[in-house]
Each structure stands twice: as C-alpha cells, then as structure tokens.
Design a protein around this ligand. Structure first.
Ligand code: AMP
Ligand code: MG
Length: 422
C-alpha cells in the first residue's frame, strides 16, 4: 500500500442533502486523520444514487491515497454504497457466511429472527476485508485498490466512531499506512479581547514560526466572547514536537497576559470552577437578561455540585426587589440595568444563598428595549466575594440577542476568574 498522505471523505445519504440532517461524520474523520498527519483534501455529500456515488468515488480515488465513504451500508433498497463501490471497481459481491451468522445472532440475542434483507449486509466485494461493527448490524469494509486504501463505514455516528478509532489506533490499517509523521496540536483560549486585538499582540510572534524549518501553523478562531489560537506542528518525534509547542504557547501567553485563560483545552466554565474549588469557594448567580445561561454553563460540568449553590433568574423588577433585596428606589433612580442594581443583585444573591461568591448579570439583550444612554448590548456584571471589594462593570456587546447573552455569560465568568486572582 502507498503511504497515506491525502484523503477524501464521501458522506452518502439523501437526507444529508436536505435541511434537517447534517453530515457530522466527516468532522470526526477529519479530526482523526489530522492527528495522523493525513491531509483531508476534499469532502463531499452525495444522495442515495448508485451512479452518482460511483462517479464521486471514482474521481476521489484518482486524487487521494485514502477514500472513506460513510453511510448507505444498511439492509434496505436505498443503501447502495456497497454495490456502487463494487460496481465502480468491477468486483463481484460475495456473501460471507461469518457476517450473516453474526447478524443472525445479533437478532437472536434480542429474541428476533433476522429478516432476509439483512443478508445484503453480508455481501463483500471480492478481495475486500470486513470490519466488525460492535454497535450495529452493518460491518465496515476495506480494500486496497492500486496501492490506495478504500474504507466503507456505516452512517450512524455511534457505530462509525469506534470503528474509525480502531483503524486509526496503533496497529490499525490507517495508522500503519500514515507513517511516522503526526500532526501535533495545541490550543490557547483567550477572553476579553477582540480578534484584532489578539492578532495585534501575537502576530509578530507566530509569523516567525511559519518560516522555520519545522513550521508551526497558527490559526485564529473567534466566537462570541472568545478568541482561540490553534497551533499545529508536523513531525515524527512526539517529545520534540510537544516541547516546541510548549515553548510556543509560553511565548503567546506572555504576550497575552491575563487574557489567556487556558492552554489545556479547558473552557472558561471549567477553569472558573477549578479556581473556585482550589479556594474552597462556592458560587451563586443572579441572572436577568441571560435567563439562567450562566448557571447552565457552570452546571453542565460534571462535579459542579460541590461548588455551585444555585441562584435565581430575576427577570422582573419585582423579583429583583423581593428575592434579592434590591431597593425599589435604586431601580427607579438608576434603572434595572445599572451598576447600582447589578451590585445589589450580586450582594443579594450571596447573602440569600450563603455562597462565597455572588455574581450578577443585568442587561439589555435586545432587539428592543435600548435607549440612547443604554443601547441594546449594554450589560452590567457584578461580582461580590466575601472580604473583597465588590467588582462591577458595564459592557457594551455587539450582535443579536443570542450573541449578547453568550458574551454576557462569558464576561461574567471572566470577571469571577479575575476577581478570584485579586
Ligand atoms: P445509513 O448507514 O446510511 O443507513 O445511515 C443511518 C443513519 O446514520 C442516518 O439516518 C443518519 O441519522 C446517520 N448518518 C448517516 N450519515 C451520516 C453522516 N455523514 N453524519 C452524521 N450522521 C449520519
Ligand atoms: Mg442512508
């Protein structure tokens, strides 16, 4: 077999061409291949049509060392991948008794009889090898064609993923074909800075890496409230690559200062929870315009119950007054979105719950409700920690309602993170 340097992925399924289902298998495959240093050159989605699958496959095989097809291995009439590939390569399909037996036993274990149509899943193009599927009836298939590798995998992600992991693990046919070069990746997450600000700080550093003998490639990815730097380095020596990437990360961290909050893949809620846990602190939240999103992000992390007490969605002014003890006069004088009210909410939730840290969010998420003085996107965030001065600040976030809400939770988490360092 040729060294596997380039790959193409073809996702088969008419539903993937509609507006309800997305091809996610290719993302998983791209991730695994990139770890092995195999470059994904193209991917395609094709409907359940034998001629079109064949045409797509034939062209992919002319260009890539590895072609992976997913889906269309089921037992029904619209599952055509097996037949299409055999047809394109001029190979006979033969039934493998061992596969039929496995499928039969799979049905019998559940007290059912194998329907005759499932025999189709035991059909293997001559010369191909089959790949066991622990989570479904359709086996995968692999075959070599003029030194190139063709892999067929079932469509359901929970079936495909473990099968692909096996093929990409040491000893697996894709890993063995990939050779010794690997793509090593690290990432650094920042918050509180815009993409252009991050770029201005780090571009002078990473631009030098591009021209080195073993270049490090840097990509910047921005999402609401977060800018990520992804570094990749291609090379055969894992320890060497890791050391070099660690030095690169350190240089970026030095330039970014406190805006860099993670270099180990952990997201902001995890980092904040770890920091709270390290100090033995508990946290509670009073949220207005984010409607519980902050607590949802914190509590989605396993183990958060030791640290998160809970909180309140104090959307109405009445609840801010009745539940959090915000003074009616403060709301009348300054408005519900004001630093005075935000501060009172943070102190109120801390007093009410007995948490060590109280965090509050009050803002105008839009699209209505903005004024000249407080336009849509104005969000006040306050953090109250026992024995520390209260932290309160006003942000102005851009974007639609969803984006304002996401940025508000991100900024609130960041304020907690920074307050804990103080
Ligand atoms: P199939 O193997 O074609 O019978 O696919 C069975 C099911 O797997 C489909 O109904 C989808 O729910 C899922 N599926 C198929 N292809 C993909 C894909 N590329 N990405 C994510 N899910 C998929
Ligand atoms: Mg299908």
């Amino acid at each position: 077999m040729n060294a596997l340097r380039t790959a193409e992925v073809i996702a088969v399924g008419s539903e993937l061409l509609g507006w309800t289902r997305l091809d996610t298998n290719s993302l998983f495959i791209a991730d695994q291949l990139s770890r092995l240093g195999i470059e994904l050159r193209a991917k395609a989605v094709v409907g359940d049509d034998r001629g079109r699958i064949q045409a797509m496959f034939t062209r992919a095989l002319e260009r890539a060392d590895l072609v992976i097809l997913t889906g269309g291995l089921g037992p029904t009439d619209d599952d055509l991948t097996r037949e299409a590939i055999a047809g394109a390569l001029g190979l006979e399909l033969e039934e493998h008794e061992e596969i039929t037996e496995r499928i039969r036993r799979r049905f019998e274990r559940r007290g059912a009889q194998m329907p005759e149509v499932n025999r189709r899943q035991a059909m293997v193009p001559r010369g191909a090898q089959w790949i066991p599927n622990a989570n479904g009836s359709a086996p995968g298939l692999r075959l070599e064609v003029d030194g190139r590798l063709v892999v067929l995998l079932p469509g359901p992600p929970r079936e495909l993923q473990p099968m692909l992991l096996d093929l990409c693990a040491p000893g697996g046919v894709i890993a063995e074909g990939a050779g010794a070069e690997r793509l090593h990746r690290v990432s650094l997450f920042t918050t509180g800075l815009a993409e252009s600000q991050v770029e201005a700080l780090v571009q002078p550093i990473y631009s030098l890496w591009r021209t080195e003998e073993e270049p490090i490639e840097t990509t910047i990815l921005a999402s609401p409230g977060q800018v990520e730097l992804h570094l990749t380095l291609r090379g055969p020596d894992e320890a060497h690559a890791r050391a070099r990437l660690a030095r690169a990360l350190a240089a970026l961290q030095a330039a970014l200062g406190n805006a860099a909050y993670s270099t180990d893949g952990r997201r902001l809620p995890e980092v904040v929870l770890a920091s709270l846990r390290a100090r033995g602190h508990t946290i509670a939240a009073a949220e207005s315009c984010t409607g519980g999103m902050l607590l949802e992000r914190l509590t989605s992390i396993p183990g958060s119950s030791a640290t998160v007490i809970g909180g309140v969605v104090a959307y109405s002014n009445d609840l801010k007054v009745d539940w959090l003890g915000v003074a009616t006069a403060a709301i009348e004088a300054h408005g519900a979105v004001s630093e005075v009210v935000g501060a009172a909410m943070a102190e109120g939730i801390r007093a009410r719950t007995g948490a060590d840290v109280g965090v509050a969010i009050t803002g105008i998420a839009g699209p209505d409700g903005g004024t000249a003085a407080k336009p849509v996107g104005t969000v006040v965030i306050a953090v109250s920690i026992a024995g520390q001065p209260l932290m309160v600040g006003t942000h102005l976030f851009a974007g639609d309602r969803d984006m304002v809400r996401v940025q508000a939770t991100q900024a609130a988490l960041n304020r907690v993170r920074l307050a804990l360092q103080a």
